[in-house]
Design a binder for this molecule. Structure first.
Ligand code: RNT
Ligand code: ZN
Length: 421
């Protein structure tokens, strides 16, 4: 289609939205300001760059053997640069502690330092990307028992408490360097495969470990701590110590962020319904946008109803400044760069759809009890020419329009990824 036709198409779509009272230009401008924090771990199946060689564990298993996963930090950064070049807008990167850079030296997790992330900080500055961070409590011999911060073993606990505090210092360093807060997320795999008899004790131990970790205070302008719950994991089917209730209570009691991972609840339970409740009690929160499929919590994000509902809840609640949007999925059965691009572009699309909602009109229907009109308009919205606004956004941001990004990924696969053996 010619540029002229594209422009005409946009003008027509804009006119249709205007009839509903929606300003598409304003939606596009708003969308430009929303960062998505990309998870670093899709590019190498949660492997990381520790010298002892970790390999994913603790339930973080990427399945599939698609060729081309990154083998070192240079390749990893190259892959991420490719991904960012295909996404409209300015986004962030969430690193995990096991992606440190030690120059080949073995550094234990309880001894990691800001300097091990100086390379990432430099790279992020060059790329103008903000950094977020995650402690790594899995893929480690001291996590093999399935317990870390909730372990009955004091030595194990101490090791992981020290790791968590070391990471908080690194997060603070990232935040200071970049001039905006680094969101540091804490997730542990701790749980029982079979039925425990003392859930309370394990949770008391975890609470105590967290109290030690968060006793050290950091400036919120540099570091924002978050805690992430889970319903169950592989090998922790009967009881997960860090459950939703546990962390919701902990976050509220300690005024830290709660992280809701879309794949960590009962199959019919959705995080879109939780955001408004959590935001009544917390200043800010973190999302791990993911896609659960049966027992797996980490499929590539696609434009599902739940994804659209998550975005709508953030926009409707006016939470864009208070809800940090992070992604969390890992699929090794398809091109890993494409996985990122598909997932991230879907998240951005969902936000655009939310920004194109005639929310005042819909709210009025609801307040007046006119649920008929509410349902009718919500359904009409589904066939509005959203794709045209999306194309216009991509055009303005100078990134590939429609499926043309795929050719770039295929070229990258042919020229770069396929050479990795
Ligand atoms: C695991 C959690 C956690 C991890 C990452 C790698 O169930 O979702 O967020 O996916 O830390
Ligand atoms: Zn997660």
């Amino acid at each position: 289609m010619s540029i002229f036709h594209k422009e005409k198409e946009y003008e027509q779509a804009k006119e249709r939205y205007a009839r509903l009272g929606v300003d598409t230009d304003a939606a596009i401008e708003k969308l430009k300001t929303i960062p998505i924090s990309l998870h670093c771990w899709q590019a190498d199946d949660v492997g990381g760059f520790e010298t002892q060689g970790g390999g994913a564990g603790g339930g973080c298993v990427a399945t599939g053997g698609y060729p081309g996963k990154s083998r070192n930090i240079e390749e990893h950064r190259g892959d991420l640069e490719k991904v960012y070049s295909l996404l409209p807008g300015k986004h962030r990167l969430a690193l995990h502690a096991n992606y440190l850079e030690t120059g080949g030296k073995k550094v234990e997790r309880n001894e990691i330092l800001p300097e091990h992330f100086a390379g990432w900080v430099d790279w992020a500055k060059q790329q103008q990307i903000g950094l977020d961070f995650n402690q790594t409590f899995f893929s480690h011999p001291k996590a093999d028992s399935g317990f870390t911060l909730a372990s009955y073993d004091q030595g194990i606990r101490k090791f992981w408490i020290d790791h968590a505090i070391a990471c908080r210092k690194i997060g603070e360093y990232m935040g200071k360097e970049q001039g905006n807060p680094c969101v540091l997320n804490l997730w542990i795999p701790d749980g029982y495969k079979d039925i425990p008899v003392d859930r309370l004790k394990s949770r008391q131990i975890l609470k105590n470990s967290l109290d030690q970790i968060f006793a050290v205070k950091f400036d919120k302008r540099h570091l924002l701590d978050a805690v992430e719950s889970k319903l169950f994991g592989i090998g922790a089917e009967s009881c997960t110590i860090g459950s939703h209730e546990f962390y919701l209570g902990y976050a509220i009691a300690n005024n830290i962020l709660l992280c809701l991972d879309a794949g960590h609840y009962h199959p019919t339970e959705v995080i879109s319904d939780k955001i408004s409740s959590v935001m009544l009690y917390l200043d800010e929160m973190l999302l791990h946008v993911s896609r659960p499929v049966r027992w797996d919590s980490d499929h590539v994000v696609i434009l599902t109803d739940e994804l659209k509902d998550i975005a709508a809840e953030i926009v409707r609640g006016n939470f864009l400044d208070r809800v940090h949007i992070g992604l969390d999925f890992f699929d090794a059965s398809i091109n890993r760069i494409a996985a990122y691009v598909i997932g991230a572009r879907c998240m951005i699309k969902a936000l655009l759809i939310a920004l194109l909602e005639p929310i005042d009109m819909l709210r009025k229907f609801e307040t007046e009890g006119d649920y008929t009109s509410r349902l009718a308009i919500l359904e009409e919205l589904k066939t509005m020419p959203f794709g045209t606004i999306w194309d216009e956004y991509c055009k303005q941001m100078d990134v590939p329009i429609g499926d043309t990004w795929l050719k770039e990924v295929k070229d990258y696969e042919a020229n770069v990824l396929s050479k990795r053996r």
